[in-house]
Design a protein around this ligand. Sequence first.
Ligand SMILES: [Zn+2]
Length: 90
Amino acid sequence: MGLQGTGKAGELRTGCAVPESGIYSVSHPQHHLPGEVTLLKDRFFPRCSRCADPIYYTLERSAPAGTSPFGFEVTLYELPELREDESLRG
Ligand SMILES: [Zn+2]
């Protein structure tokens, strides 16, 4: 499967339609968001819950059409900021 080089970084971001179901890595240095999310085709890329800046996404692993490899549907409209404080305490 040689799909490398066909996509350009930065095209996938908040508000754009998800081109294909799969796992997407999240790039949003402004806030500490989940590292990757599962998104479904024809949905829209979620926004940040903390600011209006776009989140950029990169397809990590696409899901075969017509199947539900994740076992459930995930619909996200925004990504919550992760709290580092809690995990650092101990
Ligand atoms: Zn943000």
